[in-house]
Design a protein around this ligand. Structure first.
Ligand SMILES: Cc1ncc(COP(=O)(O)OP(=O)(O)O)c(N)n1
Ligand SMILES: Cc1ncsc1CCOP(=O)(O)O
Ligand SMILES: [Mg+2]
Length: 212
């Protein structure tokens, strides 16, 4: 099963991205999503090659944001796709069944739709406001997660779900009360001056529950 913590990379340059990813891996992150927006094909490819090498060294999962072709080209472990990116069914046909395909959802209906289309996990959010992403979907808050997780339970829908969007260490316990046991985070780890301690604390909270 996938790690319960996914780090989404940040950085405006290849160097900044590599620095942040290396730091996250050194601090114990076991799953990296490379998110490098508005870049040339050449830059994105160069970064992806270096990140693949790093993730292999650290035995970490490595997925790429948005770009299914790049994920295949460099043999990444998979891809994360939003509601306006390539369709999950198309990506599955292209990548096959061995690759991880993550899908974004903002509502219960999105989760049902993306799950039926064959994704492996869901990134559900945004939890709260974040500067990391522009054009955010409606904020879910604790109430939104509680509502959606109740419906998932009632309809016995089972798929790994990662909360995302402005999440901090202080939010984890209340998220867990709603049924969330997995998070995808960017700013909290990138900005932390004590990454190793933070990741240890996050994992302690996420793995404290018996649900895996
Ligand atoms: C784990 C995870 N969940 C959601 C997203 C958001 O994807 P998307 O809606 O396609 O937005 P961009 O990240 O492409 O701006 C994600 N990346 N990861
Ligand atoms: C990519 C993405 N999709 C919804 S919120 C978000 C940003 C997550 O980053 P952060 O943890 O810094 O809010
Ligand atoms: Mg996207």
């Amino acid at each position: 099963m996938y790690p319960k913590l996914q780090y989404i990379s940040q950085g405006k340059t290849i160097e900044e991205q590599l620095y942040n990813i290396h730091q996250a891996l050194d601090a114990g992150c076991e799953w990296i999503q490379m998110r490098f927006k508005n870049q040339t094909e050449k830059n994105t490819f160069a970064l992806a090659e270096s990140v693949k090498f790093l993730c292999e060294e650290y035995l970490a999962h490595f997925i790429i944001n948005d770009d299914v072709y790049l994920a295949q080209q460099i043999a990444a472990d998979g891809v994360h796709l939003g509601l306006t990116d390539m369709k999950i069914t198309e990506a599955r046909t292209f990548l096959g069944t061995t690759k991880i395909i993550g899908a974004t959802a903002n509502t219960f209906e999105d989760i049902v739709f993306q799950t039926q289309n064959g994704c492996d996990y869901i990134g559900l959010g945004p939890f709260q406001f974040t500067e990391t992403k522009e054009k955010l979907s409606p904020i879910l808050g604790i109430e939104g997660y509680a509502y959606i997780f109740n419906k998932l339970k009632a309809e016995d829908i089972q798929i790994p779900i990662y909360a995302i969007g402005g999440i901090t260490l202080e939010n984890i316990e209340s998220l867990i009360t709603t049924g969330v046991h997995r998070v995808a985070v960017s700013g909290m780890i990138t900005k932390s001056s004590q990454k190793e301690k933070l990741i240890q604390q996050l994992n302690e909270k996420l793995y404290a529950n018996i649900i895996v």
